[in-house]
Ligand binder design. Structure first.
Ligand SMILES: Nc1nc2c(ncn2[C@@H]2O[C@H](COP(=O)(O)OP(=O)(O)OP(=O)(O)O)[C@@H](O)[C@H]2O)c(=O)[nH]1
Ligand SMILES: [Mg+2]
Length: 220
């Protein structure tokens, strides 16, 4: 099975090089979807050894993730953050677990957060959103919002994933749960962002994700 790591990236020039170089020894392809960055993300990623797709303007993480899945050459996809918060050394654990599941999530809450990797508010918000998914979809997950995931490419492409922003994680999880698929979580280490800033806007994105979870349940 060939493996593609997909890095959705927005203005991550300061972080993306080491992430690409860290992933390359573990996989067959690293695909960066540069989403209208205004810095040198695309050039630095390409220099580090990634294949780069540059979108002409910023369309959101969900759009970038889907575009990456369509373009990837691997049979297996691994989605990771491009800001260095996910550790490429955790890749083998996710890939091994995928032999027993439809999707594997790298759970930050089963693993650990390094110092300054998350604010107390975001930790609370992530747990609340996870609980909402568990209650509405009868699941027992610990980290439904983690972007660090492995899934077969065909399985991803057949999933009902339409969200354009950070709510893309909800669509993927709920689509698999609704289809009776198996999701396994493995513990990962979540690091602090070394440079740049998070694009997540707590209230706007958090409420959008919560609404998306409710809407997906109503449609189920
Ligand atoms: N393609 C694309 N990627 C994005 C966009 N917004 C964020 N990302 C990427 O998605 C990943 C996670 O984004 P962050 O803003 O760090 O959010 P987060 O890590 O979930 O939240 P924090 O814990 O606050 O850092 C990073 O690799 C970003 O570059 C976007 O609009 N388009
Ligand atoms: Mg981040």
């Amino acid at each position: 099975m060939s493996v593609t790591v997909i890095l959705a990236a927005l203005d991550e020039a300061a972080n993306i090089g080491p992430v690409v170089r860290g992933c390359l020894p573990h996989v067959d392809e690293v695909l960066v979807v540069d989403d209208g960055s205004t810095d040198d993300t695309a050039a630095i990623a390409a220099r580090a050894g990634a294949r780069v797709i540059s979108l002409s303007r910023n369309r959101g993480k969900g759009v970038a993730v889907r575009r990456g899945a369509i373009e990837a050459s691997g049979d297996v996809l691994v989605f990771m953050d491009a800001d260095g918060q996910d550790d490429p050394e955790d890749l083998p654990v996710l890939l091994l677990a995928l032999e027993r599941a439809d999707m594997v999530i790298g759970s930050r809450f089963m693993g650990r957060f390094e110092a300054d990797a998350i604010t107390p508010l975001h930790a609370w918000g992530n747990k609340a959103l996870t609980r909402l998914v568990n209650v509405l979809f009868g699941a027992h997950l610990t980290d439904t919002q983690a972007g660090f995931r492995a899934i077969g490419r065909e399985r991803f492409l057949s999933a009902d994933v339409a969200a354009t922003g950070y709510d893309v994680e909800v669509d993927l999880v709920t689509s698999i749960l609704r289809a009776g698929g198996r999701i396994i979580e493995v513990p990962v280490t979540r690091r602090a962002r070394t440079s740049g800033r998070s694009h997540l806007r707590t209230v706007r994105d958090g409420s959008r994700i919560a609404l998306r979870i409710g809407w997906r349940r109503l449609r189920a």
